[in-house]
Design a protein around this ligand. Structure first.
Ligand SMILES: C[S@@+](CC[C@H](N)C(=O)[O-])C[C@H]1O[C@@H](n2cnc3c(N)ncnc32)[C@H](O)[C@@H]1O
Length: 226
């Protein structure tokens, strides 16, 4: 059997499984949602890290869960999904734990939760897509980043929120103006301003940052440490 390692040394997943999973993600991404343009990007981006622990803040209808669950399945990673609403049933992945709680309140209990559930409190992939409000995003960065593993990946959706968002195929959807809430919080954390209406790739203070402006914006930040 061919292994993807032949082409991409970092990915030790059988090629057939990877192709099948990518196909499923593409099929899901064909349905127009507020995040569909980013689903394949999220999946591909998550292949360069073999996560043990993925934390998803903001589950909603489960678009991001669909992708993160498939990433998790490749390496039997644990997926912890958090939402204030009941989103238990968007996924039945056996290593997923759904927590119905405010994500800031849960961050305060996270260490204890990890101890009780025999989980190392070291997050390899952190996905954030919740209120999109500035103060809340500041709190999410403050309270969740301390749990990031030395080499880790953070993904924010809605870094370019406007009343109307544009997909790559030219279609549009209704959004709302969050007053740059998400991107502003990231700018403050990194000490760097960004033009969220553009795509960019940049090294900032130990982070490799990629930004995709369409479909309300997606920012991916890889930290390399230790
Ligand atoms: C845009 S939806 C998430 C969409 C989802 N990521 C997807 O791809 O389908 C935002 C979600 O964040 C949740 N949320 C908002 N504030 C929250 C908070 N303080 N803590 C946890 N979840 C929150 C909402 O209940 C909602 O389900």
């Amino acid at each position: 059997m061919g292994y993807v390692t032949k082409k991409l040394p970092l990915i030790s997943v059988p090629e057939g499984i990877l192709a099948k999973t990518l196909g499923a993600v593409r099929k899901r991404a064909a349905q127009a949602t507020d995040i569909n343009d980013h689903l394949e990007t999220i999946f591909i981006e998550c292949l360069n890290i073999q996560p043990r622990l993925i934390v998803e803040l903001g589950v909603g209808d489960g678009e991001s869960t669909f992708v993160l669950e498939r990433v998790a399945k490749l390496w039997k990673s644990k997926l912890i999904s958090v939402d204030i609403a009941d989103c238990q049933n968007v996924s039945f992945y056996r290593h997923r734990i759904f927590i119905q709680k405010d994500d800031i309140a849960f961050a305060r209990e996270f260490m204890n939760f990890c101890n009780l559930n025999h989980v190392e409190p070291s997050i390899d992939i952190l996905f954030i897509d919740t209120s999109h409000l500035y103060e809340h995003t500041v709190e999410e960065i403050r309270d969740w980043f301390p749990f990031l593993a030395g080499r880790s990946k953070v993904i924010f959706h809605d870094t370019n929120m406007k009343e109307t968002f544009h997909r790559k195929d030219g279609s549009t959807g209704a959004g709302w103006d969050n007053q740059r809430g998400v991107i502003r919080a990231i700018e403050e954390y990194l000490g760097q301003s960004f033009d969220e209406e553009t795509d960019f790739f940049q090294m900032v203070g130990g982070w490799f940052v990629r930004h995709y402006a369409h479909c309300s914006g997606l920012m991916i930040m890889d930290r390399y440490e230790g």
